[in-house]
Structure formats: C-alpha cells, structure tokens
Write a protein that binds this ligand. Structure first.
Ligand code: GLA
Length: 763
C-alpha cells in the first residue's frame, strides 16, 4: 500500500506521512495515545475511535489477534469479561473455534469460514498468522491500483497497520485500519507479502472480518435484478452461513456489495447496526455465519469462488478496502454515517460538491434512432425548458459497422458519418451555441463481433480457447487485464474528449462475464482474470479522470448493475436503474440510499406509459420521485404539449432552488415504501441540511384512499425543535417541534399523488 498521491488529486502528498514502527516489549510502560488510535503495550491492545464509535483489538499471549469490541465508546475493560471465556468446550472444539478473531486464518480448529486461505507449493493449506509488529500512520495511505477512501489532510485520519506473520511460509499479512477524525467509519484492508523463496497461492484474502458475540442478528442486504435493483431485505441468521455474492465480474444487479448486521428489534431510528460496504466493482462475497455457540462471523471481500492468485517471491497482494460503520441510531444513523464518509472521503474531483447539471438523455427519447438534426431539435426544446446538458446515448457510433441496434459497432468509437456528418464535435458545437453543454454515452469495456475492433483483435476478449464465446446482447467483454486493451480504451476515449467539448460521459457496461479466461495469462493464472480485469478497469478510469478533470462521469451497467463505492471513487454518480416508473423507483431509490448518498443516484423523468412497467403516472409524481435524486429528463421533448413543457420548466426551476439540499442534506426515511403495513402506502423521506436551516420533505401516496381516514401525518426528523420554520404551501411559520411531533398532512388524492415541502428556518 504505497502512500502515493496518485489516487486523489486533492490529496496532499502522503509520502510525508510519518509513522512509528513499534513492537510490544516489556520496556514500554505507559499507554501510547496517538490521537484517535490508542495503543496499550502492556495489555497488547489497540483502541480505535471514530466520532461515536470504538473498535478494539488485542493480541493474546499466543500472538493471535482478537476482535475485542466494536460499538459505542466504552474505554478500557477487562477482556476476561467477554463471553468466550465462559464457553464450555468439548473435545470436538478447541478454543480457536469460539475466539472472537480478527482476520481468521485456516486449518487449526476454527471451523468457521476463514478470512485468509493459502496453498503452499507442497500443498499445505494451513496457516498461522501471529502478531509481529505494528505502526501508526498519520493520515491514510491509498491502496495501490484500487479505489479507496482518502483524507485531505494528515490530521484528518490515522491508520494502524498490524503485521502478522506465518512462520512456516514466511508470509507477512499487514492489516490496515483507518479512522477519521470526523467520521464513524473504520476502513480496513489487508496486504499479503511473500517473503519466501517459493510462489504461494492465495485462495482467499478478505477485506473485512470480525466476530460478534452470541446474540440474535438479522442480515440486511440490497438484492434484486435488472429493473428491480437494491430491494432492501432483512433476514434472520440461524446456525449456518449465508453468502451474498457476485461471481459474474461486476458487483451486479443481484446483490450489492453492502450488508449490515443488526439486532432484530432495530428500527430506522433505534438499535445497533454494523454495516460493511466493499469498495470494489467486481465479483465479491459477504458471508455471515452463525456457529454452534451462536457466535456470528462476518467476512467480506473478493469472491474466493472466482479468484485465485499466485504470489511470487517478493510480491505483495493488496485487497480492496471495506468500510465498516457502527450506528447506535438504527438504520438511519448508519446510512447517514456512510453518506457522510462517501461524500467527504470517497467521491473526488471537481464535481464532488458542485451542483450537478440537469440533463436530457436521448435513450428513452429516441433509442437507436438518432441523427444530428434530431439531437439539435431536442437541444432547442431542452434549452427552453431549463435543461443544462444534452446527452447522446447509444447509437451514435460505428462506421463500417453502424450502431443501428444492439448487434454491431461496439468497440468502434467514431461517430457514424451518415447520422452525424459533422461528427460529435460538430454536434457539440451546435448544442453549445444554444447555451447547453454536451455529453456522450460509451460502453468501452465491450465489443460486438460485428466491429472493426473485433476484426483486428479477436483475442482481446475474455474467452477460453476451444470453447464457444457466449454472446449476451450480441456482445463480448474485452479483456481489461491486458495492458494493450487498457491503452486502446484510454486512447479511443481520449480522442473523444480531447476537444474539450464533451462535459459529461455516461460509461455503460451491459453484460456479465462467461468463459472467464485470458489469452494474456498462463494456464495456472487463469483464475486471476477477473481481478486483473478490475485492476485494468481502475487504471483506465484513473487515467481518464485525471486526464479530463472537468468531465462529469456517470457509471451505468444495464441500469444499476454496478452501483458500488469502487465506481463512485472515480465517477461521482451512477445510473440507478433502467426502471424509471415512479412507484418502482421509490423502492429502488430507498434501497440505494440505504448505502449511497442521494446525489449519486441518476434519476430521470421518462415518458408514460413506462417502457418497462407499462404504468402511467402523472408528470408531477414522476418529478417528485426523481427530484429525490440527481434529476434528469429522458423523453422526446418535441412530443410534449405546450402545457407539459411549461410544467416541466417549473419543476426544473424548483429543483435548481433545492438541489443543494439533495446534495448536502442528511437523509431521514420517514415512511418506507417497503413497509408492508398500511403506512407503506404513504412513503415519505426528508433531507435536512446539517445546520438544520433547510429541509426537503417528499411525501407520496401510492393507492387512493378515502382522504383523512388512514394516512398518517408526515413527522419530520432532524430539525431544530426550538426554531421557527417556514414551510412551502403553509401560511404561518411552525416550530421544528411541531413538524417533528405533529407533522405535515399533505392532501394527496387519487393513485400516485405526491407533495414536496421546502422547509426553511426563519433567520
Ligand atoms: C443500458 C443503459 C441504458 C441505455 C442502454 C443503451 O441498458 O442502462 O440507460 O444507455 O444501455 O443501450
């Protein structure tokens, strides 16, 4: 893990990060307090504190690293008081099987899932990693070649690095723990270094692992499918293991790389929650296992089912980072803590805090049926409605193999001369002349067999010799683990962007990986293909975002199939889902915002009946849903009536006034769209600025109900109870206490009605 400035442009050069290398010894008497990392050499103990959270580790006399505690700050306590000291063991178990372990190794009597597993050249799979030393670093180092959290200043964060050694193989495992001064998160990762003379195979190396005391837990996960991404689900943990994972080469639509452990009685506002989020965009796994003694182990990282890595002598392997968050204020507290950390320490670059443009995207407006004149007409109408930027989606490229549908053109990133005789720059110029910015859609990781690129480089795709290359959406996946493929993408994208006219890029990725293998790797390294692909993708993204710092990038993968912190480290926003039906979106957005800041969610108003769901809802309802995220339009503006255009203009004007609250506000879920009780018919949420000066309340009615009989009042959260607030649509000022305890009663009528309130403190 180098302390290089490469990853974060705003990051001070951390080559200057100081550190003390220490090993516990009898001569160290007093506890060494290093800001937020407290080291007690006598007790061989580490205490890491966030703002309202504490994480404690201890090295036992055998050199095992124990996970002592994670929760509200409690200070020092006698570890003998912990439950594993009272557990009665039979001959079928040894002590390791009930120890609260940190980064458990494999094969010595701990029968639970390991966090690290290796195979030596002689076929040994056992390992024993024991404490070797530690050091405390001011600031936060960046994981080499991977996205990660960053600290702007050395004083913002501290990092503890504990080194564990397996004496038989001479492998060193460094465990990194960063806590931030102003956050309630702990960032973890691991790095394995081979100090032996022989290659070692890594079968598994997790980013996060911890054991939890015997108790009832639920697992919360964000699962779904295409057009139904990130549905929040809670399930009871019983003895056995639950594995939430992706093995298809992207974080995927099915499961998000985020899970939380919580007590069954945890609510939105109360109860303990432990959330873990993986800063990675490829195949991952999260295992939650309850053993016979009801200890629960949570392990998260690269998916061992689709991974293996040969570590040559002298080499190191670095895992992605995992972000752990503890909240004693229920799920809402956890979401707010994650949002805060991601807004301040993950999302980078010029667009981090800047208001995002309101865009009009051509996809649902015209699909593949694009040409220069049509786009200019779209832009004229868009300008009149108050849009900032027009995006040309799929269908603009390919010459020999024009992109008229999904069957051809991917890989050939030049404008189609028939549809766009003046090229993309010519189109951009005309759109700029209207006073609008210009954006473009690309899918650089893919190739259609019908393309000039594939004609030239059929071996550049992920494949296995002698096997059919399975096509999905008529396309194959380029092998981004190969440097020449990375360079091709960097250069073809740079050509598109070098004129400076493209201000926004939507970066899509539309299929999973099959026949996973690389022509660039020897037979015994084929299982490295997926992770090497991700390292290659991150190199490409890092290079392009550094080279074109003014561009606003939006990630996309068949809708929201790669909505994860890894992508957000480069691209500050992600297309949430291809499903823009208002009621469906309420649930998709509620699940997404559980782990990601609202402004990261691309949210477009599309035409009705909805292309995927077939439902018709009002323009007002669709806008009110999309305004809870990063608002855009995705419909044919030339087909709108004058009345509709005027209505849209009003919504855009309103959004411009309130989007800073969507961006900077703290999220409070007031009534969940996933709630199966009667209240679930009236979803509601609020964003409140941290200084409580302004808030936005979104209130929805799904099905019509006899007015006033069952609709609950919308009670706000997070306001200043003493302050007087002016609420849009209400004549007299009301107190924060009133808004939080009595609440608002919107007059919602008919199916799919809604209201937004802008709440402003009276100075
Ligand atoms: C994916 C995206 C859509 C659109 C199409 C274009 O499905 O999610 O928004 O860009 O590709 O082919």
């Amino acid at each position: 893990m180098p302390t290089a400035a490469r990853i974060q442009p705003r990051y001070q050069n951390p080559a200057a990060l100081g550190h003390d290398t220490v090993q516990f010894s009898g001569s160290q008497k007093a506890a060494k307090v290093s800001g937020r990392i407290h080291v007690d050499p006598e007790a061989r103990r580490f205490r890491l504190t966030g703002k309202n959270m504490e994480y404690q580790l201890q090295v036992n006399p055998d050199g095992e690293l124990l996970h002592l505690y994670w929760g509200k700050p409690v200070g020092n306590f006698d570890p003998k008081l912990l439950p594993h000291h009272k557990t009665h063991l039979t001959s079928w178990q040894n002590q390791l099987d009930v120890m609260p372990r940190e980064m458990p190794d494999f094969g010595r009597g701990d029968n639970r899932t390991p966090a690290v597993q290796i195979t030596t050249p002689s076929g040994q799979v056992t390992s024993r990693f024991r404490y070797k030393g530690h050091r405390v670093i001011q600031g936060k180092p960046s994981p080499e070649g991977l996205p990660g959290l960053y600290a702007d200043r050395k004083s913002d964060a501290q990092t503890l690095v504990i080194t564990m050694r397996d004496e038989v193989t001479n492998l060193d495992m460094e465990l990194f723990y960063t806590v931030f001064r102003d956050q309630d998160v702990i960032v973890r990762s691991a790095r394995l270094t081979n100090n032996s003379g022989e290659p070692v195979k890594i079968d598994k190396l997790a980013s996060f692992a911890a054991d939890f005391d015997p108790a009832d837990y639920q697992l919360l996960k964000l699962s779904g499918s295409w057009a139904r991404e990130r549905q929040e689900e809670r399930m009871d943990l019983k003895q056995g293991a639950i594995n939430i994972s992706s093995r298809v080469g992207a974080s995927g639509h099915e499961h998000n790389p985020f899970v939380a452990l919580l007590s069954p009685n945890t609510t939105e506002e109360t109860g303990d929650v432990y959330g873990v989020s993986l800063v990675y965009s490829g195949s991952f796994s999260a295992e939650a296992e309850q053993n016979r003694n009801r200890y629960t182990r949570l392990v998260m990282g690269l998916n061992p089912a689709s991974f293996e890595w040969t570590l040559a002598p002298g080499e190191s392997f670095q895992t992605p980072e995992a972000v752990g968050v503890f909240s004693a204020q229920g799920l809402g507290g956890m979401s707010r803590a994650l949002h805060k950390a991601y807004k301040k320490h993950l999302i980078r670059g010029e667009w981090q805090d800047k208001p995002r443009p309101i865009l009009l995207n051509s996809w649902e407006a015209a699909f593949f049926d694009l040409n220069h004149d049509k786009l200019v007409r779209f832009a004229e109408e868009a300008k009149a409605m108050g849009v900032d930027l027009v995006v040309v989606d799929d269908g603009w490229f390919g010459d020999k193999y024009p992109r008229n549908d999904g069957t051809s053109g991917l890989g050939d990133w030049m404008a189609n001369p028939e549809k766009f005789p003046r090229g993309m720059d010519g189109l951009a110029e005309e759109i700029n002349a209207l006073g609008l910015d210009f954006g473009i859609w690309v899918e650089p990781e893919m190739v259609n067999p019908n393309s000039e690129l594939y004609e030239k480089h059929p071996d550049w795709v992920i494949h296995q010799p002698g096997r059919d290359r399975t096509e999905m959406r008529h396309q194959l996946v380029l092998d981004l683990g190969r440097k020449e493929v990375q360079d091709y993408i960097i250069e073809s994208m740079s050509r598109l962007l070098e004129s400076g006219r493209v201000k926004y890029v939507k970066w899509d990725m539309n299929r999973t990986m099959t026949e996973i293998g690389s022509a660039g790797l020897p037979p015994d390294r084929q299982k490295e293909t997926q992770h090497r692909y991700m390292l290659g993708l991150y190199r490409v993204m890092e290079t392009l975002t550094q080279r074109f710092p003014g561009v606003l990038w939006e990630g996309c993968a068949g809708g929201g199939g790669r909505f994860d912190p890894g992508m957000l480290a480069y691209f500050p926003q992600t297309w949430t889902s291809d499903n823009s039906d208002g009621p469906s979106r309420l649930r998709i957005q509620a699940g997404t915002v559980r782990a990601y800041p609202p402004m990261t969610m691309g949210a477009h108003v599309t035409d009705v009946p909805n292309t995927i769901i077939g439902r018709t809802t009002s323009l007002k309802f669709r806008f009110h849903v999309a305004m809870a995220g990063n608002l855009g339009l995705e419909l044919d503006p030339t087909k709108l009536s004058g009345e509709e255009k005027a209505e849209i203009r009003r919504y855009l004007e309103f959004y411009r006034q309130i989007r800073h609250i969507v961006q900077d506000g703290e999220y409070h879920l007031l009534s969940s769209p996933a709630d199966r009780s009667i209240a679930g018919n009236w979803p509601a949420l609020a964003y409140v600025l941290p200084d409580q000066s302004e808030a936005l309340v979104f209130a929805y009615q799904l099905q019509a109900d006899a007015w006033g009989t069952t609709a609950p009042s919308v009670k706000l959260k997070g306001l200043d109870p003493e302050a007087a607030y002016r609420v849009s649509g209400i004549d007299d000022p009301v107190s924060g206490a009133f808004l939080m305890n009595v609440g608002l009663n919107p007059k919602l009528q008919g199916d799919y009605d809604s209201e937004i309130y802008h709440v402003k403190k009276i100075a």
